[in-house]
Design a protein around this ligand. Structure first.
Ligand code: NAD
Length: 498
C-alpha cells in the first residue's frame, strides 16, 4: 500500500520481485509505503554499473565535477521541503529538525566543491640532482556507504559528495526504516548531470550489507550505525581486503561543574537529551553533576523537560517526536522500569504518555533518572531514546574518570566557567569530539567527525579532510629527464640524494 521505494541502479528504478517490507510512520503506527529489498544479485548489478561508469568518471575534469556538485547543491536547497517531509514521515522527527540535518549535510557537499584545492598534490624540484618528486591522490574505484535510520539525509551526505568529487562511484545502502530521502537524492544527482552509475542506492538489510562488505568489486566501505554492527562490518569488510571506516554507537556524558550557569547548562543538556527523542549519536543521555549542584540541576532539568510538547513531527507545535519503532519505545520503558526496580529515582516520568489522536504512535515522554549505580545497564548501555541519566560525583577528577571509563568515546561536554578545568577536560578526556559549554559538539563539514574507542573502528574519521584521505590513495612519482648524451655509471648501492 502507499508508495513504493525501489533501488536506483544505473539511473533506473529497479524492483526486486517478491522481497519487500513495509515502511511505517512512527507518529501514527500506519504503513505508508513498501520498500524493495535487495540481495547479493542486486549488489552485483549495482557494482557492475558503478565500475563501468567510474572508469570514465575518474577522467572527468575537476572543473566539470565541481560544476555538477554546485548544481546539486542548488537542487538540494530547492528540494529541502520535499526531503524534510519524507524524513519526518518515515523517521518521525520534526520538519525543522529534518531541515537542520539537510543543512548540515549540505556542509559536506559545499566542502566537496573545493575539490580543486583539496586534490592538489605536492611537488619538490631537485630531490636529487636533476630528479623531481610529486604526489597525486587517485580515487579508490567503487565504494559503498551503509547508514543508520537516525540521520537519513545528513549521514549519507557525510560520504557521497566527497567520494564522488574525488572520482569514485558510490553505492548507498540506507536504513530500511526511512529510505525515501536517498531516492530523492539519487534523482537530484541525475538532474544535476551526474553520469548514471556514479550514485546508486541499493535497499535492504543484512543480506545487502554483507554482500557489499565482501563483493570483490568494492574497494572501501563507510559505515555508520550501532557498535555491534560497526564491529561486524569492520571485521567482514577488512577481512575481504577493503578500506573500512565504521562509526559506532555512543553514550555521551555532559559534566556540569559547580561553577557552571546551571540554567544555561540544563537548557543545553535538555536539548541534547530530548531533541529528536534522544535518537542522535551526539545526544546527551548522561549528565554528571559535580559537587553540590546535583539537586539544583535536577530541578532545572525537570523544569526544562516539563516545557516540552511531545507530538507528531509534522505539527509545528511539537518539540519532541516519537521514537522510531514500537520496539524502541518498549526498550525505553523497560530500561526505565529496570532502573526504578534497582533503586533509581525517576525525576521525570514520560513512560505513560499518550498523544491524543496518535494512540498508535511510538510516543514516550522525556524521562530523567538519578541515583543509579555505575554498573546499571540503563546508565552503561546506549538507550537511544529520550532518557537522561543524571550521575553524581564529588569533584572534577571523579567526573573525568567516569567519562573515561565508558567504552564509548563519541562526544562529551563540560559546562563550566573555569578555563582551567575546561582545558584539563579537553586534554585528558578519551573522547573524539568535545564541547565546552556546547552540548552537541558535532564538527562542521570542513572538519572531520569521529569518536574514539567503541564509537569508531578504522583509521579515518568521516567527512572533511579525513574524508578526502579515506576516498583516495596516494601515488608518489619520481621523475628524471636525462639529456640524450648524459651517461652515468651503474651503481649497486641504494640511491642517496646528492
Ligand atoms: P543499526 O546498526 O541497527 O543499523 C545501521 C545499518 O546497518 C543499517 O543500514 C542497517 O540496515 C544495517 N544493519 C542492521 N543490522 C544489521 C546486521 N545484523 N548485519 C548487517 N547490517 C545490519 O543502527 P540504527 O539503529 O539504524 O542507528 C542507530 C545507531 O547508530 C545508534 O547506535 C547510534 O549511536 C548510531 N549512530 C552513530 C553515529 C556516529 O557517527 N557514530 C551516527 C549516527 C548513528
Amino acid at each position: 500500500m502507499g508508495y513504493e521505494i525501489t533501488h536506483r541502479i544505473g539511473g533506473q528504478d529497479v524492483a526486486t520481485a517478491g522481497s519487500t517490507q513495509p515502511i511505517m510512520n512512527p507518529a501514527t503506527g500506519a504503513e505508508v509505503g513498501t520498500l524493495h529489498l535487495g540481495d547479493a544479485d542486486t549488489v552485483d548489478q549495482a557494482v557492475r554499473s558503478a565500475a563501468r561508469a567510474q572508469r570514465e568518471w575518474a577522467k572527468v575534469s575537476l572543473a566539470r565535477r565541481t560544476q555538477i556538485l554546485f548544481r546539486m547543491r542548488q537542487l538540494v536547497i530547492e528540494a529541502t521541503d520535499e526531503i524534510a517531509v519524507a524524513i519526518s514521515r518515515e523517521h518521525g522527527k520534526t520538519i525543522g529538525d529534518a531541515k537542520g540535518e539537510i543543512a548540515r549535510g549540505l556542509e559536506t557537499l559545499e566542502f566537496a566543491t573545493s575539490i580543486t584545492q583539496d586534490l592538489k598534490g605536492g611537488f619538490s624540484e631537485n630531490v636529487s640532482t636533476g630528479v623531481d618528486a610529486h604526489t597525486v591522490r587517485q580515487p579508490l574505484g567503487v565504494v559503498a556507504g551503509i547508514t543508520p535510520f537516525n540521520f537519513p539525509a545528513m549521514v549519507p551526505f557525510w560520504m557521497h559528495p566527497i567520494a564522488i568529487a574525488t572520482g569514485n562511484a558510490f553505492i548507498l545502502k540506507p536504513s530500511e526504516r526511512d529510505p525515501s530521502a536517498s531516492n530523492v537524492v539519487a534523482r537530484l544527482y541525475q538532474e544535476a548531470g551526474l553520469p548514471d552509475g556514479i550514485f546508486q542506492v541499493v535497499h535492504g538489510g543484512k543480506t545487502v550489507v554483507d554482500a557489499l562488505c565482501t563483493h570483490e568489486g568494492i574497494s572501501a566501505v563507510s559505515f555508520v550505525g550501532s557498535t555491534p554492527i560497526a564491529q561486524h562490518v569492520h571485521a567482514t569488510a577488512s577481512a575481504a581486503g577493503k578500506r573500512v571506516q565504521a562509526l559506532g554507537g555512543a553514550n555521551n556524558h555532559a559534566v556540569v561543574m559547580p561553577d557552571a550557569n546551571i540554567e544555561f547548562a540544563a537548557a543545553q543538556v535538555a536539548s541534547g537529551a530530548f531533541g529528536s527523542a534522544g535518537e542522535r549519536c551526539m545526544a546527551v543521555p548522561v549528565a554528571v553533576t559535580v559537587g553540590d549542584v546535583h539537586e539544583e540541576f535536577l530541578a532545572a532539568i525537570k523544569a526544562e523537560a516539563e516545557k516540552l510538547t511531545v507530538g507528531p513531527g509534522d505539527d509545528p507545535a511539537t518539540d519532541m517526536p516519537p521514537v522510531i519503532t514500537p520496539e524502541a519505545r518498549e526498550r525505553v520503558i523497560r530500561m526505565t522500569d529496570e532502573a526504578e526496580q534497582a533503586g533509581g529515582r525517576i525525576v521525570v516520568d514520560g513512560r505513560g504518555l499518550v498523544v491524543d489522536g496518535h494512540e498508535n504512535g511510538n510516543f514516550v515522554g522525556p524521562i530523567v533518572v538519578t541515583d543509579l549505580d555505575r554498573d546499571h545497564p540503563t546508565y552503561t548501555e546506549e538507550v537511544f531514546g529520550p532518557v537522561l541519566v543524571v550521575m553524581h560525583v564529588n569533584n572534577f577528577d571523579e567526573a573525568l574518570d567516569l567519562v573515561n571509563a565508558s567504552p564509548f568515546g563519541n562526544g562529551t561536554a563540560i559546562f563550566t566557567d573555569s578555563g582551567h578545568y575546561a582545558r584539563r577536560f579537553q586534554e585528558e578526556v578519551t573522547v573524539g569530539m568535545i564541547g565546552i559549554n556546547v552540548p552537541i559538539p558535532t564538527p562542521v563539514g570542513y572538519y572531520s567527525f569521529g569518536g574514539w574507542k567503541d564509537s569508531l573502528f578504522g583509521e579515518h574519521h568521516a567527512h572533511g579532510p579525513e574524508g578526502i584521505g579515506f576516498y583516495t590513495k596516494q601515488k608518489a612519482i619520481t621523475t628524471r629527464w636525462p639529456s640524450q648524451n648524459e651517461t652515468v655509471e651503474s651503481s649497486m648501492s641504494f640511491p642517496t640524494h646528492d
